[in-house]
Design a protein around this ligand. Structure first.
Ligand SMILES: NC(=O)c1ccc[n+]([C@@H]2O[C@H](COP(=O)([O-])OP(=O)(O)OC[C@H]3O[C@@H](n4cnc5c(N)ncnc54)[C@H](O)[C@@H]3O)[C@@H](O)[C@H]2O)c1
Length: 433
């Protein structure tokens, strides 16, 4: 009774001590995955997946430019730098190299502009923001003003850091435009030790940053590196005639050292660099009363003061409108050549001729007052821009007679507080073409 309910399974099981597992066939373990794949067209699906992945990664957009970029006038560097260039291009920025995971693809570049609250820097910032980039301005406001960039406040693609480039800085960007340095004689002579520190230590810091984060670095050097030139017009291959112990040396020699450092980081550490040698530039947002001749003449003529001409007024300068310079700087940064490149307007004016144009634009009755020339003031300055024309496809477009009225409008407003339309102070291309 109840015998059916009693579990008898153990009776059919072999005794534990009698158990001996059947030896497996080892070749079965190897072939099992293949047999699995071959069943039910699984192989076809695997192959299809491989084909799709290959097509996808082949056509995923990437910019080979950063990787294949050249070294300007230093072709010998091409090979030796190739390795570091490739690795830095791969490791770094999304600014144009490497494949960025889907969904993380950036829209614009991340750009650091040192001295971005200054005259040239603020116009550069306008163009970069308009292009869709994200811009970080670093400035200690020695000569720069928040007013120059205030129209970007609140824009999520704009950041401003009060910082002195003499101190180290760490930010993640794709490109560094290094402009921080007082540019007018009044300002750079004010504290010459600080000026040379800014040029040397500040440039070292920014180059170190570029190396660390793999950013491309552009130095805004100056025509002053040619000193009082013995060659006219000045070509980039000219080494200059500079007084190393004069009152302007903190600036001239400071920029020469900055160029040296830039090339040494390029040759020694594979940093992607660009060097611009800027000639006299003018336009809205220049510092008033900064001792630079165009701003001096305009401010004096507006205030009905005599225009001060140093020496006999026959020394020449070339004057470039700021929008032309910004275009040149951006082409240089995006291009394939290290430089240095002269960026200036070859149209040459004597100081007396400039005074005449200012008179025509502001006040035909404006007077001229002669004063003794300042020490080390170069007699002639005119850029040879053949190299920039050929390799960057750049040349200035705005004549003095067209650019000066835009600057006068801005100065008039700042000196007298006139109401003017915002459009008059900005240098959109449309206003100048
Ligand atoms: N404007 C020209 O005609 C001209 C000509 C040749 C070269 N450059 C070069 O172009 C650059 C810009 O010149 P600019 O005319 O706009 O001059 P600017 O004086 O208007 O601008 C320089 C900016 O750098 C900032 N700055 C100065 N020292 C700094 C420091 N230690 N740390 C952080 N910020 C600092 C200033 O506050 C200012 O905003 C300079 O490097 C200058 O040497 C200009």
């Amino acid at each position: 009774m109840g015998s059916e309910l009693i579990y008898r399974g153990h009776e059919s099981q072999p005794a534990a001590d009698a158990y001996s597992p059947k030896p497996g066939k080892p070749w079965l373990r190897v072939t099992r995955p293949f047999r699995y794949l071959l069943r039910e067209q699984r192989l076809a699906f695997v192959l299809l997946g491989v084909v799709i992945a290959t097509v996808f990664f082949t056509f995923l957009p990437s910019s080979p430019k950063a990787v294949t970029e050249g070294y300007g006038y230093y072709p010998a560097l091409q090979d030796s730098m190739a390795t570091s260039r490739v690795s830095s291009a791969m490791m770094t920025n999304w600014g144009g190299s490497g494949k960025v995971p889907l969904g993380l693809k950036r829209k614009g570049l991340r750009v650091l502009v040192t001295g971005g609250a200054g005259f040239v820097g603020s116009h550069l910032v306008d163009r970069l923001i308009a292009r869709g980039d994200s811009v970080i301005v670093v400035d200690n406001f020695f000569t720069g003003r928040k007013e120059n960039v205030v129209h970007h406040f609140g824009n999520p693609r704009f950041e401003m850091i009060r910082h002195d480039v003499v101190e180290p800085l760490l930010v993640e960007v794709d490109q560094i435009y290094h402009l921080a340095c007082p540019a007018s004689p009044v300002h750079y002579k004010f504290n010459p030790v600080k000026t040379i520190k800014t040029n040397v230590v500040g440039t070292l810091n920014m180059l170190g940053l570029a190396k660390r984060i793999g950013a491309r670095f552009l130095l805004t050097s100056t025509s002053e590196v040619y000193g009082d030139p013995l060659q006219h017009p000045q070509v980039e291959t000219y080494w200059g005639n500079v007084n190393p112990i004069g009152v302007r040396s903190c600036y001239d020699e400071g920029k020469r050292v900055a160029e040296t450092l830039t090339m040494d980081y390029h040759r020694g550490a594979g940093v992607e660099v660009r060097i611009a040698r800027i000639f006299n530039t003018y336009g809205p947002r220049m510092c008033i009363d900064d001792g630079r001749v165009v701003s001096n003449f305009v401010a004096q003529a507006l205030r009905k003061e005599p225009m001060t001409v140093y020496g006999d007024g026959k020394q020449t300068r070339s004057f470039q409108f700021v929008s032309d310079l910004v275009e040149g700087l951006m082409r240089l940064m995006e291009g394939e050549h290290v430089g240095p490149f002269n960026l200036g307007n070859p149209g040459e004016f004597t100081m007396l001729e400039l005074a005449e144009v200012v008179k025509e634009t502001i006040d035909p009755n404006a007077r001229i007052e002669f004063r003794p020339n300042t020490e080390d003031d170069p007699h002639k300055r005119k850029p040879d821009i053949t190299r920039a024309k050929e390799l960057l496809g750049w040349e200035p477009k705005v004549s003095l007679r067209k650019g000066l009225p835009l600057m006068v409008t801005d100065f008039r407003q700042r000196i007298f507080g006139d109401h003017i339309e915002e459009a008059a102070t900005t240098t959109t291309k449309s206003s100048l073409d």
